[in-house]
Design a protein around this ligand. Structure first.
Ligand code: VGL
Ligand code: ZN
Length: 224
């Protein structure tokens, strides 16, 4: 009985030092008023900040969608195309988006409501004009049919991280692909459902299924 609190403390410390909070694309362009606005995307910022400062994670890593102005994923880059059209790109479906997260613009900044000084590393993605990148771990398919790694898995593995907690935008796109790739890279992966918002909430049920099949555990932030 007397030792129980000590053990609890040790377990808590050990898990903290193996855990990272992964912030996916928490940028103004994915929030109301932004280039690729996600409904209620702004509502996650304050609770994510609280979690960043909770001491529950050893540190935080952020991804930042960071496109050149002529990016292949922009509908504006394709004559006659409309945003949300789908095209074939190197043998895979590519949605064409409205312009968003153009390098150096305000909408591409990490949201200033976050605890920015708790971010240990930032992975910028979608920087190749000819290739999109949804996941923080791997680009989408390139012309050679490969999805090159960003180096994030190596970074986390080398630093002894075992548990990855995913939050951010958008739930059904970049947060989803990042979580699936995290699990695939061997991390215990947790998807903080309440700290995500979807471009298309009608696929929520399908998404839960996909995440479960990829061995990603879905939870809410109050269950951490
Ligand atoms: C995203 C579409 C295009 C995302 C990024 O962060 O979910 N979605 N680029
Ligand atoms: Zn993008």
């Amino acid at each position: 009985m007397q030792r129980a609190p000590v053990r609890t403390q040790e377990v808590h410390m050990a898990s903290k030092h193996r855990s990272v909070l992964l912030l996916i694309d928490i940028q103004p362009d994915f929030m109301p008023g932004g280039g690729l606005a996600v409904e209620q995307g702004d509502q996650i910022v304050a609770p994510v900040k609280v979690l960043m400062e909770s001491g529950r994670f050893e540190y935080c890593v952020a991804t930042q969608d960071w496109h050149p102005a002529d990016h292949v994923s922009f509908a504006s880059h394709h004559p006659d195309a409309q945003p949300m059209d789908s095209i074939d790109l190197y043998g895979h479906a590519q949605t064409l988006w409205p312009d968003h997260c153009v390098q150096g613009t305000r909408g591409a900044q990490l949201h200033e409501g976050l605890a920015l000084n708790r971010i240990e590393a930032i992975i910028r993605k979608g920087t190749d004009p000819a290739v999109d990148s949804y996941s923080g771990f791997r680009n989408n398919w390139n012309p050679e049919g490969k999805r090159p790694a960003t180096g994030l898995a190596g970074y986390l593995h080398e630093r002894g991280i075992e548990d990855v907690y995913v939050c951010g935008l958008a739930r059904d796109i970049c947060a989803k692909f990042s979580a699936i790739d995290a699990a695939d890279a061997g991390f215990n992966t947790y998807f903080l459902w309440d700290l995500t918002r979807a471009v298309d909430p009608s696929v929520d049920d399908e998404l839960r299924q996909e995440l479960s099949e990829a061995n990603v555990r879905i939870m809410n932030s109050d269950q951490i």
